[in-house]
Design a protein around this ligand. Structure first.
Ligand code: FMN
Length: 399
């Protein structure tokens, strides 16, 4: 058995436990009383799966089509092993991360995850309180269920804004103006969903959910005819009638158009190739997030950890490079940092904590990942983020 979760799944399938639904066995075996009882993020995954209604669990866990990219993201981390070093004084480890003039306690970042109200009533506000408590960077989704002002207040300072584009630049401008007025210093434009996606796992789980979506979502719900995106607080007061929340026709000049209407630093989220990274720098991007949307965009794509080195090479240190996708351990974060990332974003991992215990769950996820990262740094004799280099990794494929 590779880990505790696979063992529990094995148990759940045992004929000795026949009669009990597998998910129940898993849930009973993994129920936590307090967030601090969790030993790793997979404890929260099991709990979130038990607590969330099927459709919401489906929304969180889905990839696209056969979920191949989704799985590739996390398995890519097993390609590398850590190369330990001894007799280095690691009694003081500095994990501080500095980005665009702000300092954070560690390079673990909360990725923008939409609709957090579907996972916990306090949604993004609970995540923000945890991010404040641990002084971690938080990115706020265009599709958040709480307002950017409330979330920034809970965070104790402005969060960074993630922008979804549409076919209306007037709408884009209004969103940017609101984020800027809320004090956001940085916008990350997500570009990995130019023309929709095919979330098969979500569709399957929606069929298992007896509750009518419209009861909560109205006609804007997933099975309604309305525009679910435009019902989110970020769109309050913005005319979205007839606006398509997709933008298949965007080209690189979009970065300049955005820069012309905002003072925020502009990052591009969703690049995976060296060519695109070079073009991003050429067109004035201030930073890149190597991302495939957690395997929720293009199917049978490459793991982001595999894409990272060519992006880092193309950028050549001119702008910061962040990465996300499949990060479940501090050692995963360490490996991404060693391959050149300036910071590492987590998505599902903190939402598992949020769904389980709200703020306390997100706090515990951050605490566990930070502890694991610190241990990896100590084991490899790396006392600061700058000291984490490719020399700290062994590539199992290199033979
Ligand atoms: C439920 C869910 C909602 C997401 N919503 C957004 C979003 O609103 N904007 C965005 O740029 N990315 C969104 N993402 C992608 C994340 O920002 C991030 O790229 C991804 O979750 C990283 O992979 P991981 O979940 O394996 O850590 C979402 C991901 C999930 C799982």
């Amino acid at each position: 058995m590779t880990n505790r979760r696979s063992f529990l799944e094995f148990l759940a399938a045992s004929p000795l436990l026949a009669g009990l639904p597998a998910a129940d066995v898993l849930a009973q075996a993994t129920s936590l009383k307090n967030a601090t009882d969790a030993l790793d993020v997979f404890d929260f995954e099991a709990m979130a799966r038990r607590l969330l209604p099927p459709a919401h669990w489906g929304y969180l866990s889905t990839g696209v089509e056969g979920d191949v990219t989704l799985k590739a993201n996390s398995t890519a981390y097993s390609r590398y092993q850590l190369r330990t070093r001894r007799f280095v004084d690691v009694s003081r480890i500095d994990m501080a991360m500095h980005l665009f003039g702000e300092s954070f306690n560690s390079p673990i970042v909360l990725a923008p995850v939409s609709s957090q109200g579907a996972f916990h009533p306090e949604g993004e506000v609970a995540s923000a309180r945890a991010a404040k408590n641990r002084n971690q960077l938080q990115l706020f989704s265009t599709q958040a269920t709480r307002s950017i002002e409330d979330v920034s207040k809970a965070r104790g300072k402005p969060v960074w804004f993630q922008l979804y584009t549409s076919d209306s630049f007037a709408v884009t401008t209004r969103l940017l103006q609101r984020a800027e007025a809320a004090g956001c210093p940085v916008v990350a434009i997500t570009v990995d969903l130019p023309a929709g996606r095919n979330t098969v796992t979500l569709s399957r789980l929606m069929r298992e959910d007896a509750r009518p979506c419209a009861a909560c979502h109205g006609t804007g719900g997933p099975s309604g005819n309305g525009n679910i995106v435009a019902t989110k607080p970020m769109f309050a007061g913005i005319e979205t009638q007839g606006v398509r929340m997709q933008s298949a026709s965007l080209t690189w000049d979009f970065i300049k158009r955005v820069k012309d209407v905002t003072k925020m630093k502009v990052m591009i989220k969703g690049l995976e190739s060296g060519e695109d990274a070079a073009l991003a720098v050429e067109h004035g991007a201030d930073g890149i997030v190597v991302s495939n949307h957690g395997g929720r965009a293009t199917e049978t794509g490459r793991a982001t950890l595999e894409s990272l080195p060519e992006v880092v090479r193309a950028v050549g240190g001119r702008i910061p490079v962040l990465v996300d996708g499949g990060v479940r351990r501090g050692t995963d974060a360490f490996k991404a940092l060693a391959l050149g990332a300036n910071a590492v974003c987590i998505g599902r991992a903190y939402i598992w904590g949020l769904a389980s215990f709200g703020e306390q769950g997100v706090d515990r996820v951050l605490e566990m990942l930070n502890t694991e990262l610190r241990l990896a740094m100590a084991g490899c004799g790396t006392r600061s983020l700058e000291e984490i280099t490719p020399a700290a990794l062994i590539d199992a494929r290199a033979g």
